[in-house]
Design a binder for this molecule. Structure first.
Ligand code: NOJ
Ligand code: CA
Length: 577
């Protein structure tokens, strides 16, 4: 056994910057909130059409309350042809009729608020759907028209404009340009789409585009949205100078351009947009919050998280890290320091609708090396399953053991914790989905070379029996494997040793223990992390396999049974000293 861990080595004060928000009650609710992400089409289906809906969410509010989260983030619920799981928005101020109505949205918000839960709405500003009224208008309008100017249209190259304006490849594979047919029926211009061809990029130089999003933010804020999650927040503003035509993909050159000089990503002008958004957020009491999905260099993240901008930014570093003490410690220290400098609190996340579930990632065999586009699927090594690796090679038990340990560590950190639906059940990724059932555009645009993200979007198992395991009265829009029944929420709720009971206990204790946003590292062996929070809360994670001693005190919770008073390998314990 290793030596006991004593002695403070570092103090990281967090949240010390002055936050110039209007001084209203509850204005800081987000700083240490546990936010539960719902992918609405796969959460709960009330009307039995196989697609999750708002009534389904309403029917599960008791479950959410009992789980102990503070807020719910709903992935897009807007009218959409589902070319990209709803991130192709046809109308930003309406609800997909397959999901519900605006009245049901209001009912859901009232029920969530009644249960003491906040609601975060997903905003997708980089691109619309090709079914959006603006894009339909652009297609019906001539070259050079104002309607085309809301998007990024260009003439093609070649004698007849038959070649794309440049050779950029989209993030989802295939060209980043699509040719349109002009209103007179002739082959015409091309438009830019960083993602699927059904997701044309907007031109953020346009004042009417900017104003329309301000109207959208007010629309949902007026309806009770407490905050927003901003999709591809580092996209939006672009420099389409032909000098950049030499890039091969839209993510090419990210490491070679000077700060703010990439033609597409993380340009300085994007912060003008968010400064305007902030004035809208601060019209409300408490101010509406926002969290940026911005895949940028760590030192550039602070501008998104600034109180003058969106206020908070996702930090995906733990999601991309190995289960490794040194990596975790560096990431935690760096991100707490960065958030403090930004005047924000940081965010922690292991799973979401874009990456292989962490219970599976932590059980993967040694993986393939990185390829372009891996940033979308959780970084190098995490894309293995998404490329069709054999699910039989996953060590399920080890993956879950490490996932529980990592989650218990994460829930003890200052900052907000983002949880993805189903992780509280210990759900692994669904590796094998027949090609005919797949939905993710990455699968189609890479001709199956990348199997995509459907495996983390399979509808939840609520009960061990039934045609869709309690997801709804009939089927489910993505097939559930038979082994999903073993993870059903119902039986887990009644089993004190289940992963669901473990999450409930952890989230309840987190509320009891959470105080000032401070963290103190304690000395520990190389494979061990040990830190304290105010109030005598000690958190010890053993990343290795040899049991280690625990500090004297009351063991509040452990991610796996203790071994004779010692902390076994790949386990976290919370202790009150
Ligand atoms: C990030 C979203 O999380 C992802 O699901 C989506 O495909 C892209 N942005 C494009 O909107
Ligand atoms: Ca439904």
């Amino acid at each position: 056994m290793s030596a006991p861990h004593t002695g403070s080595t570092a103090t990281i004060p967090a949240g010390t910057a002055t936050v110039p928000y209007p001084d209203t009650p509850d204005a800081d609710w987000w700083r240490q909130a546990a936010v539960y992400q719902i992918y609405p089409r796969s959460f709960a289906d009330a009307n039995g059409d196989g697609i999750g809906d708002l009534r389904g969410v309403i029917s599960r509010i008791d479950y959410l309350k009992e789980l102990g989260i503070d807020a719910v983030w709903l992935s897009p619920f807007y009218p959409s042809a589902l070319a990209d799981g709803g991130y192709d928005v046809a109308d930003y101020r309406d609800i997909d009729p397959r999901i519900g109505t605006l009245e049901e949205f209001d009912e859901m918000v009232a029920a969530l608020h009644g249960a003491g839960l906040k609601i975060v709405v997903d905003i997708v500003p980089n691109h619309t759907s090709d079914l959006h009224a603006w894009f339909r208008e652009a297609l019906a309008s001539p070259r050079g028209s104002s309607a085309r100017g809301r998007y990024i249209f260009r003439d093609g190259k070649g004698e007849h404009g038959e070649l794309p304006p440049n050779g950029w490849a989209s993030i989802f594979g295939g060209p980043a340009w699509e040719r349109v047919t002009e209103p007179d029926g002739t082959p015409g211009q091309w438009y830019l789409h960083l993602f699927a061809k059904e997701q044309p990029d907007l031109n953020w130089d346009r004042r009417d585009v900017r104003d329309d999003f301000l109207a959208t933010l007010r629309f949902w804020s007026d309806r009770g949205a407490d905050g927003f999650r901003i999709d591809v927040a580092h996209g939006l503003t672009k420099n389409m100078d032909p000098a950049f035509d030499a890039l091969r993909t839209v993510i090419d050159g990210l490491d070679t351009f000077e700060d703010g000089q990439h033609p597409i990503w993380d340009r300085d002008e994007v912060h003008e947009v968010y400064a305007e958004w902030r004035t809208v957020f601060n019209e409300y009491a408490p101010p509406r919050t926002a969290v940026a999905e911005a895949w940028v260099e760590a030192h550039r993240l602070a501008r998104y998280a600034s109180p003058d901008g969106l206020g908070q930014a996702f930090n995906f570093d733990l999601l991309e890290a190995d289960f490794d003490a040194a990596q975790f410690r560096r990431i935690i220290a760096d991100n707490l320091a960065l958030a403090t400098r930004a005047g924000s609190s940081t965010t922690w996340v292991f799973s979401n609708h874009d990456v292989t579930r962490h219970a599976t990632r932590y059980g993967l065999p040694p993986a393939a090396s990185a390829r372009p586009g891996d940033m979308l699927v959780g970084g190098p090594d995490k894309a293995w399953l998404l490329r069709g690796g054999d699910p039989a090679e996953v060590d399920i038990a080890r993956g879950l053991r490490r996932a529980r340990a990592a989650t218990l560590l994460m829930l003890a950190l200052p900052g907000s914790a983002y949880l993805y639906q189903g992780e509280e059940l210990g759900l692994p990724e669904v590796g094998q989905i027949p090609a005919a059932d797949r939905q993710d555009p990455t699968f189609f645009r890479t001709h199956g070379a990348e199997i995509g993200r459907d495996g983390c979007r399979v509808p939840l198992p609520w009960e061990p029996t039934g045609t869709s395991l309690g997801f709804g009265p009939y089927g489910s829009h993505l097939p559930q494997p038979t082994w999903f029944a073993d993870y059903a929420a119902g039986p887990q709720a009644a089993d004190p040793t289940s992963t669901l009971s473990f999450y409930r206990r952890a989230l309840a204790l987190r509320h009891e223990l959470q105080g000032a946003e401070h963290l103190h590292w304690q000395d520990a062996a190389a494979d061990v992390l040990h830190f304290t929070r105010p109030g005598g809360w000690h958190v010890v994670t053993n990343f290795g396999t040899t049991p280690v001693d625990l500090p004297e005190g009351e063991v509040l919770l452990a991610s796996a049974p203790l071994a004779g008073g010692c902390l076994p390998g790949e386990t976290t314990a919370w202790i009150r000293v």
